[in-house]
Design a protein around this ligand. Structure first.
Ligand code: PMP
Ligand code: GLN
Length: 383
């Protein structure tokens, strides 16, 4: 059989989490919280399941969840998308990204991807007959080189995929980044697929600026979000897409044949849960404590790093310590030090290895402390 995705293997998240389980290691590889969600939210799901909200929801999501999400968007980003025509509830941001890419990409279209990039972008583009065009983020802080992006745009460019707060680097877009993109979009007419799954996880008072908040970008952007990330329930696979009416229409044509609709009782539970803004407004502080604890601990190890400014990931470099391939280091750390991580080379199209690995710090304090303890033994595997 001729594969449609010959270069794609099993995603690194599945590979590393299995390795962590087999080795009985602390799993700081795949990004998922190691603690429970708010019991109020869990009780709401139980309530709605028992009340019988267990059949198909409307294809675009229940009206109550779309409306409260629009209100949250107004509160946090200053604009109110039309819940009827511009907000769609989907089965996770992965689905949102896939449907958005499918909605815009035609055979031979180029789609710009800034790398290191989340691993679902490329297969979505390729499966839709598009051609990914890779632009590296600046080494060091992983900011965007807008000159490079601008010169990569040709008459074939259909869209650009962006991600802030960024996985894996934690870089959070500034107002200047947003304005630069708006200027490009205005000049060239390209579309934007904006992955904002870490919208509520930023540090040191840095705001998350949704592309939907910019009047020019709002008309051209699919904003993709994930309730799984925001409320520590990644296994629920529920997210959303906010896009202008005409693009939402195209998006829904695809969503209705990928999954049709999304898990009903959880939509009802989230609609009620979102009524209290403090439940999402408190998330930056909650994660800041973990970021601070983890970076303080890391500063006592041999790794070099700059504290993450967003997402629940921390990159660290070992370039000054060893020439070992990052995949080898990740494997040896998992099996010998019993701490699993993600090698960053997997997020590059050419698998370039800058000797950087990623840790997820969305874990209980005790687990982070134990992991840090083990990481202080790093020299054992580098010798
Ligand atoms: N984009 C990024 C950058 C991610 O880290 C993830 C991980 N969950 C996703 C999208 C997918 O989100 P979901 O689990 O809601 O599908
Ligand atoms: N987004 C998560 C990460 O970057 C993983 C999600 C998944 O396993 N698909 O680790």
């Amino acid at each position: 059989m001729v594969s449609k995705l010959p270069h794609i293997g099993t995603t690194i998240f599945t590979v590393m989490s299995k390795m962590a389980t087999d080795a009985e290691a602390i799993n700081l590889s795949q990004g998922f919280p190691g603690f429970k969600s708010d019991p109020i939210l869990l009780d709401l799901v139980a309530k709605f399941t028992k009340e019988g909200m267990n059949q198909y929801s409307p294809m675009q999501g229940i009206p109550g969840l779309r409306k409260i999400l629009a209100e949250k968007t107004k509160l946090t980003q200053g604009y109110f998308p039309d819940p009827e025509t511009e907000v769609t509830i989907v089965s996770g941001a992965t689905e949102a990204l896939f449907c958005a890419v499918s909605a815009v990409t035609r055979l031979g279209d180029e789609v710009i991807v800034l790398e290191p990039a989340y691993d679902s972008y490329e297969p979505a583009i390729t499966l839709n007959g598009g051609i990914p065009v890779y632009i590296p983020l600046n080494s060091g802080d992983f900011s965007v080189d807008w000159g490079k992006v601008s010169s990569a745009i040709t008459y074939k460019t259909r869209a650009i995929m962006v991600n802030s707060p960024h996985n894996p680097s934690g870089y959070v877009w500034t107002e200047n980044d947003v304005n630069q993109l708006a200027e490009l979009v205005e000049r060239t007419g390209i579309l934007v697929i904006s992955d904002e799954v870490y919208e509520h996880i930023t540090f040191d008072g840095k705001p998350h600026i949704s592309l939907g908040s910019h009047p020019v970008l709002r008309e051209k952007t699919f904003v993709c979000g994930s309730f799984g990330k925001t409320f520590h329930v990644t296994g629920w696979k529920i997210g959303y897409c906010i896009a202008p009416k005409t693009w939402s229409l195209e998006f829904r044509k695809i969503h209705q044949y990928v999954t049709f609709s999304t898990v009903t009782p959880i939509q009802f539970a989230l609609a009620e849960y979102l009524e209290v803004p403090e439940r999402y407004l408190s998330i930056p502080d909650f994660y800041q404590k973990k970021r601070d604890l983890f970076s303080l601990g890391l500063s006592k190890t041999e790794f070099e790093f700059t504290p993450s400014t967003g997402s629940f990931f921390q990159l660290v470099s070992y370039r000054h310590l060893s020439t070992m391939a990052d995949r080898t280091l990740a494997e040896r750390m998992t099996k010998e030090l019993k701490v699993a991580c993600i090698p960053i080379s997997v997020f590059y199209s050419d698998k370039r290895d800058d000797k950087i690995i990623r840790f997820c710090f969305a874990k209980e304090e005790s687990e982070l402390n134990e992991a840090l303890n083990r990481l202080s033994e790093l020299h054992r595997i580098l010798e």
